[in-house]
Design a protein around this ligand. Structure first.
Ligand code: ATP
Ligand code: CA
Ligand code: CA
Length: 413
């Protein structure tokens, strides 16, 4: 058995195996969690279920190509969360249980997390740190209550929290490793191109992305990087919302930020994708929009088989429950001062919201100990972080044009 695993978990295949195990685990766990929904009890917020997979299978688990253990945290709570977010159980399973995941986005952030997209591009699997997983479990009740009270919350939609434990070869030794991961919503639509993306935190320290003003090729043009706060200010960008949408947006943002501060969370961002309706899918044509995530070849083949229209129809059928900020093609249209639609669709959400302040503090002390630059991590307490975040966004809705933004001397890169 071990030899087999050892061979399978070889270089180049290791992430495929992880992805395969994640999907197999989700498929079995989610389909087993399908009786009548009963009102949640405090116990449901503590309960987790374990499954053991192997080549032979048994009455509880079907046979699996690889041997691994799977843990499903608070299955009943997440099942209810999925219902609150308007997901159809069958559709959820369909999207996540294909043999392979569409693509892996290799650690776009500094955290070392991996991102996987479901092949229909609707869901994201993000590997998270043990501390993040712990924090989510500890605060799941508050998160759940918030989602229940705020159907239009902008905070990341969590659909499942899981762990796989499997042998991984490291420096020619086989070690059993635990990998924690989350299933969440992909903020961006499968059928429309995002022309510009901003990741905004409300601070300027190190929040600048260098951009090539004259992209040499379509390829370069299509791989535009995620822009940050300093780019936002420099370009004098703003979120164009008429009075109605502005009020809705800021009210929701305030409640969401308040939740995160209460949960002692910081370092989250407002992720903003901008689709220009007039431009449409101008950069996609033959190449698929998904190539920007350089999916593996299998995934790409698969997605190409489904036409854009098909994807769109499927997408609409699942987003039937109306979320205020997903009312137009899965996003929300810009509007003018008379609340009339403008030719821009925004995709907005608060992401990366599992970083506990005390966890960051530990890191800061660690860096200090090593005599590193203190400002490598500019941690401020969660309430201050939230206030700064909210004020930045508030000032960003229908900004009155000002004199050009002066370069921030602190901005790195
Ligand atoms: P770090 O902690 O260094 O910021 P991270 O690994 O925690 O990084 P995130 O900040 O969660 O990663 O996300 C990194 C990038 O991945 C985002 O800037 C965004 O481009 C993309 N991304 C993350 N979550 C989503 C989502 N739900 N929908 C669409 N894109 C996302
Ligand atoms: Ca982040
Ligand atoms: Ca993070």
């Amino acid at each position: 058995d071990r030899v087999l695993i050892g061979n399978k978990v070889s270089e180049g295949h290791v992430n495929f195996t992880i992805a395969y195990n994640m999907l197999t685990g989700i498929r079995v766990a989610v389909s087993r969690c399908s009786g009548i929904m009963k009102p949640l009890t405090p116990r449901d917020f503590r309960l987790s279920k374990k499954l053991a997979f192997d080549f032979h299978g048994n009455e509880l688990t079907p046979s699996s190509q690889y041997a691994f253990k799977f843990k499903d945290y608070c299955p009943e709570v997440f099942r209810e969360l999925r219902a609150l977010f308007g997901l159809d159980p069958a559709d959820y399973l369909m999207s996540l249980t294909s043999k392979y995941i569409l693509s892996e986005l290799n650690s776009p952030g500094k955290s070392g997390s991996f991102f996987y997209f479901s092949r229909d591009y609707k869901y994201i699997i993000k590997t998270i740190h043990h501390a993040e997983h712990q924090h989510l479990r500890k605060t799941l009740k508050e998160y759940y209550t918030h989602v229940k009270d705020n159907p239009n919350t902008l905070v990341s939609q969590f659909y499942g929290l899981h762990r796989v434990k499997m042998p991984i070869s490291f420096k020619s030794k086989i070690k059993h490793r635990k990998i924690y991961f989350l299933v969440m919503n992909n903020l961006f639509p499968p059928h429309l191109e995002i022309h510009t993306t901003f990741d905004l935190k409300g601070s300027t320290w190190g929040r600048y992305t260098k951009v090539n003003p004259t992209p040499k090729s379509d390829e370069e043009e299509a791989h535009r990087p995620v822009l940050k706060d300093v780019n936002w200010l420099e370009e004098q960008r703003s979120i164009e919302f008429g009075p109605l949408k502005k009020k809705k947006f800021l009210q929701q943002l305030e409640k969401d930020v308040d939740l995160l501060a209460r949960l002692n969370i910081m370092d989250y961002s407002l992720l903003l994708g901008i689709h220009d309706v007039e431009r449409g899918n101008d950069l996609i044509d033959e190449r698929n929009i998904l190539t920007k995530f350089s999916p593996d070849q299998n995934g790409l083949q698969e997605i190409k088989r489904a036409s854009m229209a098909e994807q769109q129809a499927r997408y609409k059928s699942v987003t039937a429950v109306q979320h205020y900020f997903q009312q137009d093609e899965g996003g929300i249209r810009a509007s003018d001062q008379f609340n009339n639609d403008l030719g821009t669709i925004y995709y907005i959400g608060i992401i990366d919201c599992l970083t506990n302040y005390s966890y960051l503090k530990k890191f800061e002390t660690f860096w200090r100990g090593l005599n590193h630059d203190l400002k490598v991590i500019s941690a401020v307490p969660p309430r201050d972080y939230g206030d700064r975040f909210y004020e930045f966004m508030q000032a960003s809705v229908n900004r009155v044009p000002q004199k050009p933004y002066k370069d921030d001397p602190n901005a790195s890169e």
